[in-house]
Ligand binder design. Structure first.
Ligand code: GLU
Length: 377
């Protein structure tokens, strides 16, 4: 089997770790050796030039034992309190284990709005990209202490899938206590077939997942399939594998797993989203120099914008019209209409003085741009 990341010298790899792997059930203690082994695998991955983001569960499980809460289901406020206590321990354990591998950990707590609402989405994406550029490893969890029923991802499989699509990740690996997808529950039906590759998530695949759950965390196989559906549509392949000792190393050496193939590439998925799914809230009129820069694959700078039309907020989609009045493309504006009007035609260095704050250097970042024509370089 070829290495999962062999297709790219610098894949963006998102690894989701379930509570049951990190924490010993009833005692609620951290499985330190397991964590150290995983971090050694992470160090190897980053040494090879790949970029890594971690999604880690475990806050509630760690917190409930620290608080001496009874076994069984917790009330919402209790699990939020447990998460508040446990998240400190969880982040500390990751920071220490990664530091032993000379990796710097960053704690990122997200709520549903951070990936679903465009303005917050731009912030979360920019922060995570900056952490990657700086070589830090983000350890993400849901912000359980403030997320209540209607505003939660619900489980970290889905959270990881949303982050994968937000970041344009190449691979999402869901490590848990199951080794992959079976045609039926293998505990009850000895003939259950192991599924190696899923090219498309059909109702039949969904039926295979129904009803399976694991002990500590929230996500069962059904939530993993839901996650795979979100991530594969965003161009990210998804792998489900058992989180044994040195799980990543074993997986890369060809260990057993179920792989869900991506149905598109991350950049094509993002461009389709920007071009097709969002309703433009305004228009930027750009000059010939800016159009040439966009066609060469660059971002749109305020200096190249001649006029702004409409009333849009930061993160909204806007149409970009070239000097001939034709639509050159669409993009997400890094500034709201009012601020955009104030900085057009101006050099990026002047932005802080004009607006009183230092925003983004560009009006529309190249990653947030879908051009109507092919980029030439
Ligand atoms: N965010 C939860 C925690 O850290 C875990 C959610 C899940 O199990 O998927 O405890």
């Amino acid at each position: 089997m070829t290495d999962l990341f062999a297709h790219s010298a610098s894949s963006l790899v998102l690894v989701k770790i379930g509570s049951a792997l990190l924490i010993d059930g009833p005692g609620g203690t951290m499985r330190q050796n397991w964590l150290d082994g995983m971090c050694a695998d992470f160090a190897e991955l980053t040494r090879q030039g790949h970029r890594l983001v971690i999604v880690s569960s475990g806050a509630i499980a760690l917190g409930r034992s620290a608080l001496g809460l009874r076994p069984g289901a917790l009330r919402l406020e209790e699990s939020q309190a447990a998460a508040a206590v446990g998240q400190v321990k969880l982040a500390q354990a990751w920071a220490e284990a990664l530091a032993r591998q000379k990796l710097v950990a960053a704690q990122v707590l997200l709520t549903l709005d951070d990936t679903e609402e465009r303005r917050r989405y731009l912030n979360a994406r920019a922060t995570l990209s900056t952490l990657l550029e700086l070589g830090a490893v983000a350890v993400i969890n849901e912000n359980d202490t403030v997320a209540t029923a209607e505003i939660r991802y619900g489980d970290n499989d889905r959270l990881a899938a949303r982050v994968a699509s937000m970041m344009g990740a190449d691979v999402l690996i869901l490590f848990s206590d199951v080794d992959g997808l079976y045609s039926a529950n293998p505990h009850r039906e000895p003939d259950a077939r192991f599924i190696d590759v899923v090219a498309q998530i059909t109702p039949e695949i969904e039926a295979m997942a129904a009803g399976s759950v694991s002990g500590l965390g929230r996500g069962g196989m059904a939530s993993k399939i839901a996650a795979a559906r979100i991530a594969t549509a965003a161009g990210c392949q998804v792998v489900i594998a058992k989180g044994q000792d040195r799980a990543l190393e074993k997986l890369r050496a060809g260990g057993r797993h179920t792989r869900f193939l991506a149905t598109t590439s991350p950049s094509a998925a993002r461009k389709r989203w920007i071009a097709g799914s969002l309703k433009p809230q305004g228009t930027l009129y750009i000059d010939a120099g800016a159009l040439a820069a966009l066609l060469a694959g660059k971002s749109l700078l305020p200096a190249g914008v001649r006029a702004v039309e409409g009333d849009f907020a930061r993160g909204d989609a806007v149409c970009i019209l070239g000097p001939d009045g034709r639509e050159a493309g669409r993009g997400l504006s890094a500034y709201g209409a009012e601020d955009a009007r104030a900085i057009i035609g101006r050099h990026t260095d002047e932005i802080p003085e004009i607006l009183g704050y230092r925003g983004r250097d560009v009006m529309v970042h190249r990653d947030d741009l879908a051009l109507n024509v092919q980029v030439t370089t």
